[in-house]
Design a protein around this ligand. Structure first.
Ligand code: F0G
Length: 351
């Protein structure tokens, strides 16, 4: 066995790099594909979780960021910029440190999780809280990258999706073939686009025999693709996917249509209860937005869109520690005891 080298080295011949490319990495990728026993029981499917919260900065964004920052370094960039609901900015900030670049991030004011804010700050990013939503932030970031010497590292940067497609390779490498169905949360729609790209590439080269049907899930208050028009004021407790006008909209529709899948919505209530179930019954602590993939799977099976017996991978995109408020909100306060075994045993119901 040898150590995991990060997605660029592991999949070098499938990525736009050459021998002289200065690879910027935190050894991202190589995340576990965990059998989800409870979700399998609930759905009658064989379900696996691709646990992307175990990447270096706690989300799938690191796969794309290693590529985007690597290419920015190759092109001589000194500064990068992104708009973000929190995870992209955390990742960009960390990889910019590795590359010796400055990093500017634009986030919607008051609408990103505390842990993500902390990450951008501790990695030394120049952070602006914008009085608008993510869509406004992305428009601003795009403008600034045109008018000033700063490279845009949002997923409209094609290198991001190249890096992110490696998650599909890992799924096929782990299962020995493509699953029947792949479920992902959808926000700006980069990830569903990247997964489909990866699956198509492996199938075209006969690494896999099949390709999965792609299922994407938006939050019902922020579901522009489902509704067929941009949402001016997206609303959801899952702030990571609080997006009203996704940049990769048409690519997401193509992934859906080419694969015979669906893009649907799930309510905040479904997201929250699935988030709690994953933590309490699978032992996997994800952030709210990540639970949309599993909530969506359960709903799609109930509605007959996914057959029982299917082999399904759900990507859980981010780590629950990014946003512990929601975990604490549902929990009862811990009991305080003196340093006394009898008292502790009584309080624990052991005595
Ligand atoms: N899950 C999490 C935890 C995310 O942070 C995001 C996107 C998504 C799902 C949706 O992925 O945008 O590729 O469809 N977060 C972006 C950000 C927007 O700024 O961190 P997508």
């Amino acid at each position: 066995a040898r150590a995991w080298r990060g997605v660029v080295e592991e999949y070098r011949d499938r990525l736009p790099v050459n021998a002289n490319t200065p690879v910027v990495t935190l050894m991202e990728g190589g995340t576990p594909l965990v059998p989800a026993n409870r979700v399998s029981e609930l759905t009658g499917c064989e379900v696996f979780l691709k646990v992307e919260g175990l990447n270096p900065t706690g989300s799938f964004k690191d796969r794309g960021m290693t590529m985007a920052i690597t290419k920015a370094a190759e092109e001589g960039a000194k500064a990068v910029i992104c708009a973000s609901t929190g995870n992209t900015s955390a990742s960009a900030a960390a990889y910019a440190v590795r590359a010796g670049m400055t990093c500017a991030v634009l986030v919607p004011q008051g609408k990103i999780a505390m842990g993500k804010l902390a990450q951008a700050l501790v990695h030394g990013a120049k952070l602006l809280q914008v009085e608008g939503n993510f869509d406004d932030c992305l428009e601003l970031a795009q403008k600034l990258s045109v008018d000033y010497p700063v490279a845009l590292v949002n997923s409209v940067n094609p290198y991001r999706l190249q890096g992110q497609k490696t998650a599909s390779f890992e799924v096929v490498d782990a299962l020995g073939d493509a699953p029947d169905v792949h479920c992902v949360p959808v926000g700006n729609a980069g990830n569903i686009t990247a997964y489909w790209m990866g699956y198509k590439e492996y199938a075209a080269d006969s690494v896999s025999t099949g390709r999965p049907r792609m299922f994407g899930f938006q939050a019902s208050g922020a579901a522009p693709i489902v509704g067929g028009e941009p949402v001016q004021e997206p609303r959801t407790i899952a702030t990571a996917i609080r997006i009203g006008n996704p940049a990769s909209w048409s690519h997401a529709e193509a992934a859906r249509d080419e694969s015979g899948g669906r893009i649907d919505s799930v309510t905040d209530r479904q997201i929250l209860s699935t988030y709690r179930m994953l933590a309490a019954e699978e032992g996997v602590f994800v952030e709210l937005a990540s639970a949309a993939s599993v909530a969506g799977l359960v709903q799609a099976v109930e509605r007959g869109h996914i057959e029982r017996g299917s082999r399904v991978v759900c990507t859980v995109t981010g780590n629950g520690l990014k946003d512990p408020d929601w975990a604490l909100a549902g929990a009862s306060a811990a009991t305080t005891v003196p340093v006394d075994a009898q008292a502790a045993a009584t309080a624990l119901g052991l005595a």
